[in-house]
Structure formats: structure tokens, C-alpha cells
Design a protein. Structure first.
Length: 285
């Protein structure tokens, strides 16, 4: 939903983001959130003001924002990157934002429930309808258990982080950020950083959880439900891709490929959920 350009000057580099079809209020939210995170010393790419002191420049029907440029690479999945992402995710989760940042999740199970009701029974969506309705209903009962709420990233995979030259890990692309279920965000991040060759790696999961719990706390119910939320997190990302298909049909082929892959992951994880729960119980004891 945007075009990104690296702008190089004689003194430094910048990221220029041209928004193509994102609602203005969502650009405002993300911009203000990134400035707040910068204020909290959280490593991310902050927006920069234009000559009028505004962070969003409107040109015709297009909105443009200039950001700091974070020089680095997409991290490889290993113990070091897993430890870094868990540490930073914990830091994000304990930040106490003001009311202005309390936006609802786009990828949560409640959002999936609403999306399931409006899925058209026509190609290409019809191939996902039975799966999406069935698994959304499977996850809904677990939403009745009260879970800690806080700032979430909502899409924490390796391509939404930058490993900088000094060994720090920055979070970028807060498009899905919200004030919502922290366990759900944790489940998404474990999917993003603890799978090797499409299979969950329990050594990496142990590194992740151990590091995360150095500064954050999971209560008894949250520990008990973490396995379900690891699976539900993938389901929510599927919902996000279906939502993007509805909004931007020109990019359907890319979304269909991703959705098909993630559906197989959900089904595999769900069929092995008892084994997952036993492994997590050993780590969390």
C-alpha cells in the first residue's frame, strides 16, 4: 500500500514513503506512535518534519512521509536475533501509552470474526472461506480468558526488523500496531522468528521465552494459552492478507501464495497442539 524510496544526500540518507491507498487517519496514528516510541528510546525509524513542521505532506491525493533511514540488514533466524527480538518485544509491551494509541487490532480474532461474515463466496476467496470460518470459530472461545493488553506490533516477522551495524535490532512497519492482546503479539513473533525450514524450533522458542520473561510476566492462564496463541497468531495474519486482497485485488496472486502457505502451517500446528503445549509447559515450568 506504499512505495518506499531511499533518498541519499551529501550528508545522510532518508526513507521516503509514498502512501498509495492508506487512510489518512491511519497514517496519522502510525506517525504519532513512531514519534512516541522514539521519545521512549525505542529503536525504530522515526518520521521527520517538513519545512512547516508537519510530518505528513499531502501532494494531490497522495500522502508522503519522510523517515530516518536505518542502515542494516534483515536478520537471519538464529539465537542472537531471537534473543534481540524477544528483548525488544518485551520492552514494547511494557511501555504504557496514553489513550490516543489505544487502537483496536486489525489482525485479532475478533477482527477475523467480522471478516469471516463478509467473505464473498466467489473466486479467489471461495477457496479460503471454509477454512477461515471454521478456524475463526475454533479460536473464539479462548478470547473469553482475560489477557494482558498493551502496545503491540502485530506483524513481527524478520522483514519488519532491521539488524543494525552495531548489533541492535530495530522494529519497523507498525502498520498493524494496536493496543490489544499481548499474548497474541507474542504468538505472531514466535512464528516470525522461531521456525526453521517451516518447522517450529524448540531451542529457539526456549531462547525467545526465556529472554522475554526477563522483563515481562505471563500469568498462569497466559502460560496455559500460549500454544493456542502461537497458532491463532498465524490465523490472524491470514485474515490480514485476506483483508488486503479485498482492498487491493491487483496484488491477489502474492497474497494467495502467502495465505495458502500459512493455512498449512495453522493446520499442522493445530493437529500437533498437544505436543506444543507439552513442550511449552517444559519451558515455562
Amino acid at each position: 500500500n506504499n512505495n518506499n524510496y531511499k533518498i541519499e544526500t551529501s550528508t545522510q540518507s532518508f526513507l521516503l514513503k509514498v502512501y498509495l491507498d492508506k487512510m489518512y487517519k491511519h497514517i496519522v496514528y502510525e506517525t504519532k506512535l513512531l514519534l512516541y516510541l522514539k521519545q521512549e528510546s525505542f529503536l525504530t525509524a522515526a518520521p521527520l518534519p517538513n519545512r512547516l513542521g508537519k510530518y505528513i505532506t499531502t501532494y494531490g491525493i497522495t500522502n508522503i512521509v519522510l523517515f530516518e533511514f536505518l542502515s542494516g540488514t534483515e536478520p537471519k533466524i538464529n539465537e542472537n536475533s531471537v534473543s534481540l527480538v524477544a528483548e525488544n518485544l518485551s520492552r514494547l509491551h511494557i511501555i504504557k501509552p496514553s489513550r490516543r494509541y489505544k487502537r483496536k487490532s486489525f489482525t485479532g480474532i475478533e477482527s477475523c470474526r467480522l471478516l469471516a461474515r463478509m467473505l464473498p463466496m466467489v473466486p479467489p476467496y471461495i477457496q479460503f472461506v471454509d477454512y477461515f470460518i471454521t478456524f475463526t470459530e475454533l479460536f473464539l472461545p479462548f478470547q473469553k480468558v482475560k489477557i494482558q493488553q498493551g502496545l503491540t506490533h502485530g506483524d513481527l516477522f524478520t522483514n519488519n526488523t532491521v539488524l543494525t551495524g552495531n548489533g541492535n535490532l530495530a522494529f519497523i512497519d507498525f502498520e498493524n500496531s494496536s493496543f490489544s492482546n499481548l499474548l497474541y503479539d507474542l504468538g505472531i513473533a514466535i512464528n516470525g522468528f522461531c521456525f526453521l525450514n517451516h518447522t517450529i524450533n524448540w531451542n529457539l522458542v526456549k531462547v525467545f521465552i526465556t529472554k522475554y520473561l526477563e522483563t515481562s510476566i505471563l500469568n498462569y492462564d497466559e502460560k496455559d494459552l500460549l500454544g493456542i496463541y502461537i497458532i491463532a497468531g498465524v490465523h490472524g495474519i491470514i485474515g490480514w492478507h485476506i483483508k488486503l486482497m479485498l482492498e487491493r485485488p491487483k496484488s491477489n496472486e502474492r497474497h494467495i501464495e502467502r495465505i495458502t502457505y500459512l493455512i498449512e502451517r495453522v493446520k499442522t500446528l493445530w493437529s500437533n497442539r498437544l505436543h506444543i503445549e507439552r513442550q511449552l509447559a517444559t519451558i515455562l515450568k
